[in-house]
Design a protein around this ligand. Structure first.
Ligand code: ATP
Length: 367
């Protein structure tokens, strides 16, 4: 088990800044996800921790030991990358057993013990029946699971995983997420897991670092990221459907601060207005509303806002209703069975206690 720390780490490839002053403190035994879109620098961060890349600036620590100059094989990390490399001439069993065979004497492992560990991990990954095959006789998803098994069998200080489930079909991926998480809990090995799939990160991680353009946008538990996104990028990246963003303005009428949006306005708490004034935010803001924090109905009420239905998407367990609110199209979560005609006039009630406000210019969360 180990703690992994990155201090002001920068990685440049010529003109490209792949990793831009990244600071991370990953706790002992934690399941930590690096989440971000393609090209955001996740793999590069993982490769830096593994020792496959050298940082242009900054320090990397594993258990308080500076590892910048330590060879990958002396870092005691096990890696599973997108492009797994299996030994083509070896059977699956020997591929998985290889890291243990290499260090058999050092680890004082008997052949029986190695066999037991290989079978245990193969069973968990549902590849027990493939142990006598060669890699060329396996599908892509099976090869990926063999690569995963080879890493898991070792019990190193740190697991580094780069989209290890990407080649699996949807059902197997769901099963593997749970199994991997259970195994990690049992072994307690610090795990750093790269994915661009926010559902995967949210369902597996203790904490997540959201990365964009080489920079850490926010680090937090899945709940923190969902309920208190630090900026527009995180708010839009976490959650399906994503948070609705409605362009509004902050203004003051008769001494009262207001949020003024197309078709409706709302009194703003004095405390929030003070923050806006103090930090120089606004007047252009985005009102952020999760699809479940708006209610739709045919009944007009005092605080409802008129809207027009564009489309309903029945998803079985819920219905997503797309409505035009002012000039913005928003998605609203509704119970199963909800049915509106295209073009129907409806009334939307916002749960203001759950609303978010972002500054347009800095893209930072105001509340
Ligand atoms: P993906 O999810 O697509 O794998 P990623 O978030 O893991 O993406 P990286 O692979 O870390 O992103 O790449 C970050 C940036 O660095 C990209 O712009 C990429 O083109 C660039 N990059 C990565 N490796 C190199 C390299 N060896 N030489 C030059 N540029 C590189």
């Amino acid at each position: 088990m180990a703690r992994v720390k990155l201090v002001n780490v920068v990685k440049r490839f010529g003109e490209v800044v792949a990793v831009d002053h990244v600071n991370l403190d990953i706790r002992d035994g934690e399941f930590f996800c690096l989440l971000g879109p393609s090209g955001s620098g996740k793999t590069t961060i993982l490769r830096l921790i593994a020792g496959l890349e050298y940082p242009t600036e900054g320090e990397i620590y594993i258990d308080d030991r500076l590892v910048n100059d330590i060879h990958p094989k002396d870092r005691d990390v096990a890696m599973v990358f997108q492009n797994y490399a299996l030994y083509p001439h070896m059977k699956v069993f020997d591929n998985i057993a290889f890291p243990l065979m290499m260090r058999r004497k050092q680890l004082k492992l008997s052949k029986d013990e190695i066999r037991r560990r290989v079978i245990e991990v193969a069973r968990m990954l549902r590849i027990e029946h493939l142990l006598d095959r060669k890699p060329s006789q396996l599908s892509g998803g099976e090869q990926q699971r063999v690569a995963l098994a080879r890493a898991l069998v070792r019990q190193p200080k740190v697991f580094l995983m780069d989209e290890p489930l990407s080649n699996l079909d949807a059902k197997l991926r769901l099963y593997m997420r749970t199994e991997l998480r259970r195994l990690q809990r049992r072994l307690g090995v610090t795990t750093i897991y790269v994915t661009h799939d926010q559902v995967e990160a949210m369902s597996m991680a203790d904490r997540i670092a959201v990365i964009n353009k080489g920079r850490v946008q926010q680090v937090g538990t899945p709940d923190e990221l969902y309920n208190k996104p630090a900026n527009i990028f995180v708010a839009g990246f976490i959650g399906v459907p994503p948070m609705n963003m409605i362009p509004c303005k902050i203004s003051v009428e008769d001494g009262n601060p207001l949020i003024v949006c197309e078709g409706f306005k709302k009194q703003l708490d004095r405390e929030i207005y003070d923050i806006i004034e103090k930090r120089g935010y606004g007047p252009e803001v985005l009102l952020g509303l999760r699809p479940e924090h708006m209610k739709i109905s045919r009944e007009k009420t005092v605080d409802s806002i008129e809207a027009e239905v564009l489309l309903t998407e029945p998803l079985g367990s819920e219905v997503i209703v797309n409505v035009k609110l002012g000039e913005t199209i928003v998605k609203i979560r509704a119970p199963p069975g909800t049915n509106y005609a295209m073009g129907e006039k409806v009334y939307v009630v916002i749960d203001w206690s759950k609303a978010h406000l972002f500054d347009r210019e800095t893209e930072e969360a105001i509340v």
